[in-house]
Ligand binder design. Sequence first.
Ligand SMILES: Cc1cc2nc3c(=O)[nH]c(=O)nc-3n(C[C@H](O)[C@H](O)[C@H](O)COP(=O)(O)OP(=O)(O)OC[C@H]3O[C@@H](n4cnc5c(N)ncnc54)[C@H](O)[C@@H]3O)c2cc1C
Length: 499
Amino acid sequence: MKKVVIIGGGIAGLTAGIFAQKNGFDSLILEKHHTLGGECTGWDRQGYHIDGCIHWLVGTKEGTPIRDLWETVGALDGVEIYEPESFMAVEYEDVTVHFYRDLERLKDSWLEISPEDKDIIEEFCNDIKKLHTFSVPVGKPFDLMNLFEKIKYMFSMKDVGPIMNKYSKISVQDFAKKFKHPALRTAISSFLPEGDYSAVSVIFPLGTFTGGQSSIPLGGSKALAMRMGESYLSLGGKVETSSEVVGVDIEGKSVRKIKCENGKSYEADYFIAATDANVLYEQLLEGEYPDRKFKKRYDNPKDYPLASNIYIGIGYEGEMDNIPRTLRFPVESLDIKQNKKPIKHLQMTHYGYEPNFAPEGHTVITFAINQFEPELDWWEELVKDTEAYNKEKKRIGMSIINALKIRFPDMQGKLKLLDVASPQTYERYCNAYRGAFMGFWPTLQGKEMQHNGNIKGLNNIFLSGQWLQPPGGLPTALVTGKDSIMRLCKRERKKFLSA
Ligand SMILES: Cc1cc2nc3c(=O)[nH]c(=O)nc-3n(C[C@H](O)[C@H](O)[C@H](O)COP(=O)(O)OP(=O)(O)OC[C@H]3O[C@@H](n4cnc5c(N)ncnc54)[C@H](O)[C@@H]3O)c2cc1C
């Protein structure tokens, strides 16, 4: 039986492990952290559970191939799906703009706010609707398809392709300017800060959401990853946590052995690095096997930006049933000093629908503040001074609590700061380069990338995970993990077993 060692126990590594076991390989997952899941995780603080990942999971709609794949790896077995009525609500003065799941309702509510925007509202809603035919491709990766399969795939994208193309050519901010009403402009433009970020980041999530394809599995991110971990173990897979891989021994064109920080080393026929791409290229292969596609992107952060987060968890002694799950509200003067541009809106998500995330009668709330290139440098410097770093995180957390109290005066005296994660947190716990929680973000100049995971000059180590298809996300981690084993099966002349 051929042996596969998988570096990284995130969603991609777990998926690769599950399909390795199903396809007759003897696999082992080595994970740096003491728990599985990677960025798909959550953590407990002061009696509350902070969900650190899933805001939307593409693949919750029954009967779709991506849902079937989530089921195959045990992620959604017997899990109830929560379907909030709106993607988010954005407040502007006395108007609230709702991004409803029901597209007709969204359209009617926007027309009510701004009849003079009728043409652009209708165009926008029609474009969103065209994305309802989109189905995440989960069959074969492009490089394994024959000509007929490639043509079939292209044909399946005939409605979606032109819409993605259209929105990839306009920035979020310029698209927002097409609306006359300031509330609608604000709602669209609050998706991303000023810059060249393409409006694909607006239309695509709304397409999957209003098409019923993305929702929230109850129990949250960590529970989902744990179910996949159990599924892997039940198939005979092995896991070693607290095992950070720090080096590789190469002979000719093959990796013979990988070495962990704890002194252990492992030999195998194949190695799959289901990690951040930078871990493989720069840390493990020490820059000796550079990849043209990644180098081009790392060298040009303007067109290929990386995003991280400040992620704040707050416990509220009260219930929030009448407040949309995700709400953006304006803030006057939020003092987050490393942000070059002032923060005008805060995005709040509450977990009132999760009975086990907070003590009875309480609710856990999270805030995510995106951090880009200049801010990431700032955090990288700050973390060198532990005291100043911890102080700053706490200060940011308290200023969010203050903003929350101004917006919801009734919450006064009932809020407590649970936790603040910074870009450095993702770097520390997941080896995420620059703290990036997804791949390069779509911009006007940035080109799409599809990578097959092969490393030029080496024949038995491969990259897997969300970095193969930026901007990544959980479905990409899932699909690429499976694809890595499909490619191994092809090498071994085995028929790939998908169930
Ligand atoms: C706050 C937040 C919100 C998000 N929201 C969503 C969402 O709503 N929907 C969505 O689809 N996606 C979301 N994402 C993104 C999603 O979490 C990621 O796309 C996905 O988890 C990536 O999976 P992965 O397996 O490719 O990589 P990772 O999760 O990064 O897994 C890599 C694993 O490798 C381990 N590792 C790294 N280096 C080594 C080493 N040297 N040795 C051993 N192990 C190593 C890491 O510890 C980690 O466990 C969110 C992420 C964050 C942080």
